[in-house]
Ligand binder design. Structure first.
Ligand code: ZN
Length: 389
C-alpha cells in the first residue's frame, strides 16, 4: 500500500490538498487526512507542494513504429517503455499506420503484451491506414469482439495521398462493423481517422453522417491541427458534436508549413465554446513526421515523441493560460471517456492507480505510478529493461 500525502490533487477537477491511498493497483481512498492508515505495510510518499494528476492517456502511439516514407532505412523505431513513462503516459493506444506490409497486427499485439508486462496499460486498434483493412481474424468485427486489446479500428487514413481513398459507402460499412462489435463487446468500437492534407478534409465523415444513421461520435479524427483550414473544419465538426484530436509531436519546419501547435489549437477550441469532453491531444509517438514539398517529394523525416504530450499540456497552461484542469482533461479524462476506458483518466476511488506527481511551479514530472507501482522517481525511471532506454 502507498499513501501519497498532502498533494494538490487535480482529478483532473481541482480537489485541493488531499491524501490518496493506493492498495495494489487501485485507488482506495481520497481524504483530507489519512494519517490514521499509516502502519508498517504502508509506504508514505510526502507530496507536499506537488500536484497529483491522473496518469496521461495517449490515444495514438505507433508502438511498433509508424512509417518510413524515405525507404527502409527510415523505418521509425519501436517505442521503448521508458519513452512513455518518463513523459507521464501510463496508458497508450497502439496502432499501425502507413506501413501494414512490413509491420503487422500480430507484431502490434506482441508489443502491447510486452509493454503491459512492464507496467504500461495498452489498448490497440485493429486495421491500419488502408482499406480493405488488415485484421487478425479476417474480420474487424471478430477482432474487436474476441481480442481483448482491440477496442476499435484505425487509424484509417482519409484526405491523404497515402490513404486508400475509400468511398463514403466503404467507410460507412467499416464504421457499422466497428460500431456493432463495440456494442456487442462493451467496448468503444470507435473508428480512429488519420486526416491528411487533401482539400476533402473531413467531408467524407460529414457525408457518412448525413447519409446514414451512424452518429458523428463514431469517428475520432486526429491531426486536426495540421493546417488552419483543417482546424476550422475540425471546429465545425466538433460544433456538430464530433470528437477532435490534436497531434502534439511536431517540429519547427512543420509549424512553418502551417501546422498549429496542439496547445494553441486546444486553447482556440475552448475559446470557441467547444466542450472539453470532445477535445483531446495525442502524441502520434513513433510516427514518422515526413515533410513533403509541393511536388510531393519527401524533404525531411523525423520521429514523433510520446513526451510531447506532457510538453503540450504544459504549453497550454504556461503559454496559452488554460486552467490546469482543462489542459489535463485533454490528455486524461477526455480520451478515457471517448474510448470508454472506465478505469482510466481520473483520480477516483476504485479506478486504477495511474498517477503522476508534478512540480507545482514548472509542472515537470517528478514521480509516476502505473497500476499502483512506482515507475518514475525524482524524474528517473525505476524500470530495468533488457534493451536500451
Ligand atoms: Zn496519422
Amino acid at each position: 500500500m502507498k499513501l501519497i500525502k498532502n498533494a494538490q490533487v487535480f482529478s483532473p477537477t481541482p480537489l485541493g490538498q488531499k491524501d490518496v491511498l493506493i492498495a495494489g493497483n487501485k485507488i482506495i481512498a481520497i481524504e483530507n487526512d489519512l494519517s490514521a492508515c499509516i502502519n508498517d505495510i504502508v509506504e508514505v510518499i510526502d507530496a507536499n507542494g506537488q500536484i497529483l494528476t491522473p496518469g496521461f492517456v495517449d490515444s495514438l502511439v505507433h508502438i511498433t513504429g509508424g512509417g518510413g516514407e524515405g525507404g527502409y532505412t527510415t523505418r521509425t523505431p519501436e517505442m521503448h517503455i521508458n519513452e512513455a513513462l518518463i513523459g507521464g503516459v501510463t496508458t497508450v493506444i497502439g496502432v499501425l499506420g502507413t506501413d501494414a506490409e512490413t509491420r503487422s497486427l500480430e507484431n502490434l499485439l506482441a508489443k502491447a503484451y510486452s509493454l503491459e508486462e512492464q507496467g504500461l496499460s495498452v489498448f490497440c486498434y485493429s486495421g491500419s491506414y488502408h482499406y480493405p483493412m488488415v485484421t487478425i481474424t479476417e474480420s474487424i468485427k471478430r477482432d474487436i469482439m474476441f481480442i481483448e486489446k482491440f477496442i476499435g479500428v484505425g487509424e484509417v487514413a482519409i484526405a491523404d495521398h497515402r490513404s486508400s481513398h475509400l468511398t463514403p459507402t466503404e467507410l460507412a460499412r467499416l464504421a457499422s462493423e466497428a460500431r456493432v462489435a463495440g456494442m456487442l463487446s462493451g467496448k468503444t468500437g470507435i473508428v480512429s481517422i488519420h486526416v491528411g492534407d487533401e482539400i476533402g478534409r473531413l467531408s467524407i465523415l460529414q457525408n457518412v453522417v448525413e447519409q446514414s444513421d451512424i452518429p458523428i461520435t463514431q469517428f475520432y479524427p486526429t491531426h486536426i491541427n495540421r493546417s488552419r483550414a483543417l482546424l476550422d473544419a475540425g471546429f465545425e465538426f466538433a460544433a456538430q458534436g464530433g470528437f477532435i484530436d490534436f497531434t502534439t509531436s511536431t517540429n519547427e519546419q512543420i509549424i512553418a508549413q502551417g501546422e498549429i501547435p496542439a496547445a494553441k489549437a486546444l486553447a482556440e477550441a475552448l475559446a470557441k465554446g467547444l466542450n472539453i469532453k470532445q477535445l483531446t491531444m495525442s502524441s502520434d509517438g513513433n510516427a514518422s513526421l515526413p515533410l513533403f514539398d509541393r511536388a510531393g517529394e519527401l524533404i525531411d523525416l523525423q520521429v514523433g515523441q510520446v513526451r510531447s504530450l506532457h510538453q503540450s499540456m504544459v504549453d497550454a497552461v504556461k503559454e496559452y493560460q488554460l486552467p490546469l484542469e482543462l489542459a489535463l482533461s485533454a490528455i486524461t479524462r477526455s480520451p478515457a471517456g471517448i474510448l470508454k476506458l472506465k478505469n482510466k483518466g481520473q483520480i477516483v476511488v476504485g479506478l486504477d492507480a495511474d498517477l503522476n506527481l508534478l512540480d507545482s511551479e514548472s509542472l515537470a514530472i517528478t514521480a509516476v505510478f502505473a497500476k499502483g507501482k512506482q515507475v518514475i522517481k525524482e524524474g528517473k525511471t525505476l524500470i530495468n529493461t533488457l534493451f536500451r532506454s
